[in-house]
Design a protein around this ligand. Structure first.
Ligand code: NAI
Length: 333
């Protein structure tokens, strides 16, 4: 049965990778209809809003959003629309799988790590206060409710996907109350999953361990900011941001996006790698119970990566986004 989804075409490389992914979804005969909206800087410049009411209403109706990156100004300007979407629709679980692809050679083989990043609180609430001309305070919020549900989501995922270990990442040695609460929620919920190994790591040590022994880690769960940083680290282990998809899941809504940003340094050059966004679309197809279409696309990507002829520059090739896209379409069954 045809399912309608909402698509947000962001800015920077957003429009290029959205066109690539929609072309591939159509070629793979994904049973989807699309409500497509331009969002981000171009809309802001033309009418002063980053996302239109119609675009919000479409997501609220369809419940599933495929979203390409949106720029957030650094240091000043408007607040992150990505953070707003996660908060507004209570998309509390940010799931970021980092799996080595045999065709992409990195110093780290056999990495298979899924990061569960809490998505609604921590320093990301963006509450900052100017105390005096030389002092700013930022508020870190950790609640039992938000901590428990992301930790449960990580363990439930581990059990459903036959994963063996869940590791909690924190800084509870210094942030004894806030990260201490997160860790105590973890230790409590871990007891409900005796079939899964549970342990914890302090975030700085975790960074080193991920570089030294990435194969030792399986499912990771952590507060928002550590999840943001460590999932970029895990993307580096498997070959870069161009290869890292994500799902932002809540109890009612689901949003799928690449982990990377709008990559302004390569925007409009026609060389963006659409793989991360395409794999995010595959996670969306899994979510919609269209695994066969998702797997067909995944095997086509694997073949294109393996043959190396049509790789984009970030993967060491010289192909354009359009050539890479066409190569994937040619490999669909
Ligand atoms: P970025 O992820 O956009 O880029 C980092 C580096 O990776 C750049 O050199 C870029 O060219 C490269 N890169 C990223 N995606 C790529 C792709 N698909 N193909 C080839 N190369 C790729 O991070 P940056 O520069 O820190 O952020 C740029 C903007 O994106 C900022 O305004 C930031 O706030 C925003 N952003 C948006 C996100 C979202 O919409 N979910 C997530 C992260 C950042």
């Amino acid at each position: 049965m045809m399912k309608t989804i909402t698509v947000f075409k962001g800015d920077g490389i957003g429009p290029e990778i959205t066109d690539a992914v929609l072309t591939i979804l159509q070629a793979a005969k994904a049973p989807l209809a699309y409500e497509i909206f331009q969002v981000g800087i171009p809309l802001y410049e033309s009418c002063g809003e980053l996302i239109s009411e119609k675009a919000f209403a479409s997501f609220e109706k369809n419940k599933v959003l495929l979203k390409s990156p949106i720029t957030t100004p650094i240091g000043s300007g408007f607040r992150s629309i990505n953070v707003l979407l996660r908060k507004k629709y209570d998309l509390y679980a940010n799931v970021r799988p980092a799996k080595s692809n045999p065709a992409i050679v990195t110093p780290f083989a056999d990495v298979d790590i899924v990061t569960f990043r809490e998505n609604t609180e921590d320093l990301y609430v963006g509450v900052e206060e100017q105390i005096d001309a030389d002092t700013v305070h930022a508020t870190k919020i950790i609640t039992r409710k938000a901590s428990e549900r992301i930790i449960r989501a990580a363990f439930a995922y581990a059990r459903a996907n036959h994963r063996k270990r869940v590791t909690c990442v924190h800084k509870a040695n210094i942030l004894k109350m806030s990260d201490g609460l997160f860790l105590s929620c973890f230790n409590k919920i871990a007891k409900e999953y005796p079939d899964i190994v549970s342990d914890d790591r302090i975030v700085d040590n975790m960074c080193m361990q991920l570089v030294q022994y990435p194969q030792a880690y399986d499912v990771l769960v952590m507060p928002n900011l550590y999840g943001d940083i460590l999932s970029d680290l895990t993307s580096g282990l498997i070959g870069g941001l161009g290869l890292m998809p994500s799902a932002n899941l809540g109890s009612e809504y689901a949003m799928f996006e690449a982990v990377h940003g709008s990559a302004p340094d390569i925007a409009d050059k026609g060389i963006a790698n659409p793989t991360a966004f395409l794999w995010s679309a595959c996670m969306m197809l899994d979510h919609l119970n269209e695994q066969a279409v998702a797997n067909n696309i995944r095997q086509a990507v694997d073949q294109v990566l393996f043959h190396k002829e049509w790789l984009t520059p970030d993967l060491g090739g010289q192909a354009t986004t359009k050539q890479f896209t066409q190569a994937i379409i040619d490999m669909l069954r």
